[in-house]
Each structure stands twice: as C-alpha cells, then as structure tokens.
Design a protein around this ligand. Structure first.
Ligand code: ATP
Length: 282
C-alpha cells in the first residue's frame, strides 16, 4: 500500500514552546494526485509542509515522503522533491535564463532550462534581470526553479498569490500539465476556487489536525446538500425554498407560472460555503 503513497503521515506532532501547532495529524497523499491543503491562518499547514519538506524537525509521529523519512533525507531524496516557496528567487543582478540554468546545475537530471522558462510563461523575459520582473513574474520564476529538477513530488505554497486572473489561469494549466505528466502535487492555498479547479482531493486542517479529506465535490457532504431555488413572485419579492428535488420544484413553478419562471436560480453550497461551515466561520 505504502508504494502507492507519495506521502504518509501518522500522528504528527509539533509544538513551539507551549503552542501546539500540529496535534496528531494524519495524512495520505497518493502518487500522481493533486492534493490541496486548506485551513485558516495558524492552522498548522506551513509547519506540516515544512516537516514534509525536511526543513523542520517534528516532535513526534511517523512521516514518509517518497518512501523516506524527511528528517533523515539525503541529497538524492532532495533532488526528487521540488519546492516552490513564497518570495524566493531574489537574484537581482542575474537574468531569468541565468538563474534557471544555475539551479539546473544542482540536479542530476534537470529539465531543459529554456523549455521550463517557456512553460512558466517567461520566454519573453528570459533575458531580463530578475529585479525587473513584476510580482507575478517573480512567482513564475519561483515555479520554474521548483520544477527544473523534474521532481516526482512538488510542493507549492500559495502559488498564485499576487497573480492577475489571466496569469492564474495560465498557471493552473501549467499545474495540470505537470499532474498529467505524473508529478504528485501538494499545494496550500487560501483560494477555494483554486482548490476546486486543481485538486483531486482537498484536506482541511484546523487546530493542527486534518478534520476532513475528500474530493472538492464531496467535501462535507456537499453533493448531498439541499439546493436553494429562488424566484421572483408577482409582487416583486424574492421567494426561496430549499429542496432535495429542485428539478421537481422547478417543474412545479414552471406549471404555476405557465412557462418562464421570473428570476429563477438554483444554487448549491459552494466549496467556500462548505469550508467556512467546517472551520466554524459560518
Ligand atoms: N517558527 C515558529 N515559532 C513559533 N511559533 C510558530 C512558528 N511557526 C509557526 N508558529 C505557530 O504555529 C501555529 C501554526 O502556524 P503555521 O504557520 O503552521 O500555520 P498555517 O496554517 O500555515 O497558517 P497561514 O495560513 O497563516 O500560513 C501558529 O500558532 C503559529 O503562530
């Protein structure tokens, strides 16, 4: 079973003094899946991910990442793991091409630097010094540095913070391409739409534990949630009804109105609704 798992965590614990950041956390990420970690500020996501990356020591629990305990990881393991941090890549006087070539030298079997630069959408900036890049372009460079070693497992920490909408869509395409090529991806994000569009499964961390894991469509019994049907009544007010059988209700309304139902909408809880309920914010 463990062979199918890129990450296996049991009973992970980490405290900072009296502050328990991670409190008996369990997690399993399958090889080849895109897994999104969600959770409010301070929930323990960064601490957990840094332990998985081998950057932070744990107090207790069992952790296996690509079959290795990250606390005892060597250079060979490190070359199989890609990490995209927030705000790395500050090599002001070097060009994008120089930085990516430089990082390629750290890996045994790096990807082609110019190809990677073009995949992250920086082909037009390859000759620019990195200090001249916009915030979103710097993040793309961070991603290029994370994938230049052709990692089996890629960690992305809030990857699209600061991206404009078009850059986000292009970035999502890049991630889908990596996933299609078999890269396992773990991302932390505060954007629920990003989790929904990219992730095969999401894990919600709250209070240092994983409180739910499921596909975005099924999280928190979302698929079984009642639909809300709303329409405008003849006096101009909006009527709302919750229903497990909204199609039947819409048919009944259509019959009642003799055709088109004014202002008709049918909605189900969004991933954000479910998530906020789960972490007690709604
Ligand atoms: N280096 C540190 N020293 C002391 N306390 C820390 C340290 N890093 C994190 N903490 C504390 O551990 C808890 C979990 O923090 P962590 O950064 O893991 O949460 P997070 O889920 O990543 O939050 P965010 O969404 O804000 O990034 C918080 O209470 C935080 O204050």
């Amino acid at each position: 079973m463990t062979n199918n798992l890129a990450i296996s965590v049991r009973g992970l614990r980490k405290s900072y003094g009296d502050n328990t950041a991670v409190d008996g956390l369990d997690l399993a990420v399958h090889r080849g899946e895109v897994f999104a970690l969600l959770g409010p500020n301070g929930a323990g996501k960064t601490t957990t991910v840094e332990i998985l990356e081998g950057f932070r020591q744990r107090d207790g629990g069992d952790v296996s990442v690509l079959g290795v305990d990250p606390a005892r990881a060597d250079a060979a393991w490190r070359s199989r793991v890609g990490i995209v941090l927030q705000g790395t890549g500050e090599f002001d006087e070097l060009t994008v091409r120089e930085v990516v070539h430089h990082f390629a030298g750290f890996y045994p079997e790096p990807d082609d630097p110019d190809d990677v630069i073009s995949r992250v959408g920086l082909a037009g900036k390859a000759g620019s010094r990195t200090h001249a890049l916009s915030g979103g372009q710097k993040r793309r460079l961070d991603v290029a540095l994370g994938i230049i070693g052709r990692p089996e497992l890629l960690f992305l920490d809030e990857p699209t913070t600061g991206f404009d909408p078009e850059a986000r869509r292009e970035f999502w395409e890049l991630i889908r391409g990596l996933a299609a090529a078999g890269t396992t991806i773990v991302l932390t994000t505060h954007y629920l739409d990003e989790a929904e569009t990219l992730a095969d499964r999401v894990g919600v961390i709250a209070g240092g534990r994983v409180v739910a894991v499921d596909t975005p469509a099924k999280l928190g019994e979302r698929e079984n949630a009642l639909a809300t049907v709303a329409w405008r009544t003849p006096d101009g007010s909006v009527e709302r009804a919750q229903s497990a059988t909204p199609t039947a209700l819409v048919a009944e309304l259509a019959a009642r109105y003799g055709g088109e139902v004014p202002g008709l909408t049918v909605t189900r809880p969004t991933l954000e609704d479910i998530y906020l309920t789960m972490i007690g914010q709604r």
